[in-house]
Ligand binder design. Structure first.
Ligand code: NDP
Length: 283
């Protein structure tokens, strides 16, 4: 079984970013593209993603600033602060950690965010673009990272039976649209799917995005399938693991992404790529 490592894909995306930045500079860009990371509270998952994003931005020659607010911030105060960031001409893109605390109306923030700065594809305009196959918008970074992993490894998508386990607006649904755009034949599974194992076994490309530690083992994998694991979970021993029982795959899957070191490692690279895209589109 070939292990599809995220680092190699991230390195390729970084090269692409560097070439695009060079081009932008030659066209007269005289400042470094800047990302605003907006966080309310201190959830460990957010902090860990934030550290990864800051590192990635620096590696790619991009700038990032964290705007952190306490959980107790009032709805009005947060909306005002967010609008200031949103309207700041020196900020090219925004990453907003969600869910926001209950007293802040997330829907309203998604509606006021400038779609041109919405690097993680949460605004209605960007969601609509992903669903209509319009590549001018921004797709959620994790969903796009899955497509990047497949493409970077020359895995044919067109015409392939592709099964996604998970139908969230962050991963499953947008990913199904991105894969459909690549002409895959897509099936989406969820908790009401009648024969999950059988459906998964029919996949040539199987994507796990359920958020359940090691729930898919070799019995869910058809012979020679490509398995992409989006899940980030903690197992009984406290170790990071995916939705797939990776150790069981040998002999079943032809290729698979590990956790950690798979899709997760590509997500921040897609974020960096989106920042450069935002700058290009604004010019
Ligand atoms: P959600 O909890 O929002 O959605 C999970 C989806 O999986 C739901 O649609 C749910 O079905 C389905 N599901 C859950 N359990 C089962 C089951 N036993 N059988 C079939 N379907 C099931 O999760 P997210 O989409 O936000 O995240 C999914 C995973 O991806 C998580 O582990 C998360 O940590 C990870 N993630 C990774 C990122 C990365 O950068 N690599 C970024 C974002 C998320 P139903 O709709 O019926 O409830």
């Amino acid at each position: 079984m070939i292990i599809l490592k995220g680092a190699a894909v991230a390195a390729r995306i970084q090269e692409e970013i560097e070439a695009q930045l060079k081009e932008l500079r030659e066209e007269g860009l005289d400042r470094t593209p800047r990302l605003a990371i907006v966080r309310v509270g201190e959830r460990p998952d957010d902090l860990s993603y934030e550290r990864g994003a800051l590192k990635r931005m620096e590696k790619c020659g991009l700038e990032a600033r964290v705007y952190a607010f306490p959980n107790e911030i009032s709805r009005e105060e947060f909306e005002n602060a967010f609008q200031e960031i949103n309207r700041d001409d020196g900020i090219d893109g925004i990453l907003l950690f969600r869910p926001l605390p209950k007293h802040i109306e997330e829907k309203r923030i998604m509606e006021i965010m400038d779609p041109a700065k919405d690097l993680d594809g949460i605004c209605p305009v960007n969601i609509a673009k992903v669903f209509s196959g319009d590549a001018s918008g921004f797709a959620p970074c994790t969903a796009e990272a899955v497509v990047e992993v497949l493409k970077a490894n020359n895995i044919a998508i067109s015409g392939k039976r592709t099964v996604i386990v998970g139908r969230s607006m962050v991963v499953g649904r947008p990913l199904s649209m991105l894969l459909l755009k690549e002409n895959a034949t897509v099936t989406i599974c969820h908790t009401r799917t009648a024969d999950l194992a059988g459906t998964c076994r029919g996949a040539e490309i199987l994507v796990a995005a359920a958020g359940k530690a090691k729930m898919l083992d070799a019995s869910f994998v058809g012979q020679g399938a490509v398995v992409i694991d989006v899940g980030i979970n903690v197992d009984e021993e406290g170790n990071l693991c995916g939705d797939v029982d990776f150790a069981s795959l040998d002999g079943a899957a032809s290729m698979a992404t590990p956790v950690p070191g798979g899709v997760g490692a590509v997500t921040t690279s897609v974020l960096a790529k989106h920042l450069v895209k935002a700058v290009r589109q604004r010019r």
